[in-house]
Design a protein around this ligand. Structure first.
Ligand code: FE2
Length: 288
């Protein structure tokens, strides 16, 4: 009996290891279709979040091919394209970003990793190197600013909350009036798309007036359990409410990507990396 139990456990462990290897080296494409107010033209957004310097194929060739095949109208980068580790190189990421910027409009809001390399001494000159490399790609990040795409009826906002809000094991509320202070009053008669790395403040984003929030950060909860969802967030919350997928708050919708890369721990289980496609238009109805 003991031998049988050991064999079953060993088989399960090998199967889990195989799934971990698969999920951390492959991505799936997940599509959402939404109807949103004031949109004048059908628009396909491809969202990349939490790449964390991972390369799919040489210089991210495999990822580029997948994106090109989707024929996007624009690319949204929802933060943590790099990892705040001075030992890591971000050349592959920058080559991907430069290539994307040559082919598509790219809208980029920083995640906690882009923020912290510029804030803390322990990262030495990594922040400066990153800024210089990003400038060479031609991409100008949206750091609490916006861009209006009048022909599409869309305004894209890039949110950067104070880095101190990314705490582990505790969560402070956003200070009163913070959203308006950072982004100003929401523009009227336009579809307001908010790129906000951290999904935890979705009710605040909705309260401010975001029609669509594009977020990342949670990595799908790292390990996913059927019926329970993602197990742990980067802030070490167990079973985070926002773990990946589509969420609603009043008239606001959030698409939360499970990310394309990993960092401490470099593990995904039953939680493959995701390339997210959001088709938005004025049509009625929606499907996942
Ligand atoms: Fe993050």
């Amino acid at each position: 009996m003991f031998a049988v139990l050991c064999t079953v456990l060993a088989v399960l462990a090998v199967a889990c290891l195989w799934v971990i290897l698969y999920d951390t080296h492959h991505f799936v494409t997940v599509k959402y279709s939404l109807s949103l107010p004031f949109v004048k033209k059908d628009t396909r957004i491809v969202m990349i979040s939490d790449l964390h310097n991972y390369c799919y194929g040489k210089e991210n060739g495999r990822l580029t091919e997948a994106i090109d095949a989707l024929k996007p109208d624009m690319i949204v980068l929802a933060g943590d394209m790099i990892t705040s580790d001075a030992r890591e190189k971000f050349d592959g990421t920058m080559k991907l970003l430069k290539r994307l910027n040559e082919r598509y409009p790219v809208y980029y809001a920083y995640g906690n990793h882009e923020q912290k390399i510029q804030l803390y001494k322990k990262y030495e000159n990594m922040g400066k190197k990153f800024e210089k490399a990003l400038e060479e790609t031609g991409i100008r990040p949206l750091r609490n600013t916006h861009v209006e795409l009048a022909e599409r009826g869309i305004t894209i906002y890039g949110l950067e909350i104070d880095h101190s809000l990314y705490k582990r094991l505790s969560r402070d509320p956003l200070p009163e009036g913070c959203m308006k202070q950072l982004l100003g009053a929401p523009r009227q008669e336009t579809c307001r798309i908010l790129i906000a790395h951290d999904p935890e403040y979705f009710p605040d984003y909705a309260g401010w007036g975001a029609d669509l929030v594009l977020a990342g950060h949670i990595h799908g909860g790292i390990v996913r359990v059927p019926f329970l969802g993602g197990v742990i967030s980067p802030s070490l919350w167990l079973f985070p409410k926002y773990d990946g997928g589509l969420f609603r708050e009043g008239t606001s919708t959030m698409v939360l990507g499970r990310g394309l890369g990993t960092h401490s721990p470099r593990v995904r289980l039953f939680n493959p990396a995701e390339l997210v496609v959001v088709d938005i238009g004025t049509q009625k109805g929606e499907q996942n």
